[in-house]
Design a protein around this ligand. Structure first.
Ligand SMILES: [Fe+2]
Length: 285
């Protein structure tokens, strides 16, 4: 396969908390990374305001001069207050996002070496995203089966030699510091993601970086935030992820002394694939 380099940024939160020094630094570094694609995994804005979306769009346009950019709405980008519990329908939730980023909420990017599919988990205040904790309203997401079926079809139709990459906004692993999951019914969501047998899952939302595995076989990249609101007051982190035939390497770039610098690096084996190896159905109970 063609090796792939993904720059994974998340949660810039244009608006009150965005740190423009970090934004500027990302804009300066990305052109030096020989990226195949840049993924910004949601929460572009703080309060889904037009001005915030405009600033986010300028940021993504800048990044797109280096490589194709893929993004999707996070919970902060959804106008949940326009239609709580979807009483006025779901379309109202995404009016501003669509105005500035186009109709497609779940774009797919195919590049040499990889197919990168986004999956929508941000649906505002609604019963499927609810948990017993009322503080979770408008914060948690959920992963509908229809999203999984849609991406399963995309992956089934893609050439076998492409790495399969999934992007969601909400964290699918428990945050080390927050101890919280991003999705309601998270065990089911994890099983559905494993059924897709991706090589890599990217997410943000929890404002803490991670390089880990889901189900002992799927590499997971979590990027922090381009604000000073990292969990536990830790320095912000974005990731550079390299996929080759055998491995997925996640390199953290950590904010130190007013600049992002390469930091911890994690290498994961890719799950065995090839003729006779069933993808995504054998390992899920
Ligand atoms: Fe979020």
């Amino acid at each position: 396969m063609t090796p792939v380099t993904l720059v994974h940024v998340s949660d810039p939160h244009f608006g009150r908390d965005c740190d423009l020094a970090m934004v500027d630094a990302v804009e300066r570094i990305v052109p030096t990374l020989d990226a195949s694609a840049v993924v910004v995994s949601g929460d572009l804005t703080q309060r889904a305001r037009h001005g915030e979306f405009q600033a986010a769009r300028r940021f993504l346009e800048q990044l797109s001069k280096s490589a194709p950019v893929l993004t999707l709405p996070g919970n902060h980008d959804v106008q949940w207050f326009e239609s709580p519990f979807w009483i006025l329908g779901r379309k109202r939730l995404y009016v501003k996002y669509r105005r500035w980023f186009g109709e497609e909420l779940t774009p797919t990017l195919v590049i040499p070496g990889a197919i990168i599919a986004t999956m929508l988990t941000s649906y505002g205040v609604c019963f499927p995203s609810m948990t017993p904790n009322l503080n979770d309203m408008a914060v948690k997401g959920h992963l509908p089966p229809g999203e999984v079926e849609r991406v399963a079809r995309l992956f089934a139709d893609a050439p076998a030699d492409l790495a399969r990459v999934v992007v969601v906004h909400h964290n699918v692993l428990r945050g080390n510091i927050s101890r919280r999951m991003g999705l309601s019914r998270w065990r089911t969501a994890q099983e559905r993601l494993l059924q897709l047998a991706p090589d890599l899952i990217l997410y943000g939302h929890d404002h803490e970086e991670a390089a880990a595995q889901l189900g002992d076989r799927v590499a997971v990249s979590a990027a922090g935030t381009l604000t000073h609101r990292m969990r536990g007051g830790k320095p912000s982190v974005f990731n550079v992820v390299r996929i080759d035939d055998r491995t997925v390497t996640i390199q953290h770039w950590r904010w130190q002394g007013g600049a992002f610098a390469p930091s911890d690096r994690f290498v994961f084996a890719r799950a065995a694939r090839g003729p006779g190896v069933a993808r995504g159905v054998t390992a899920v109970a």
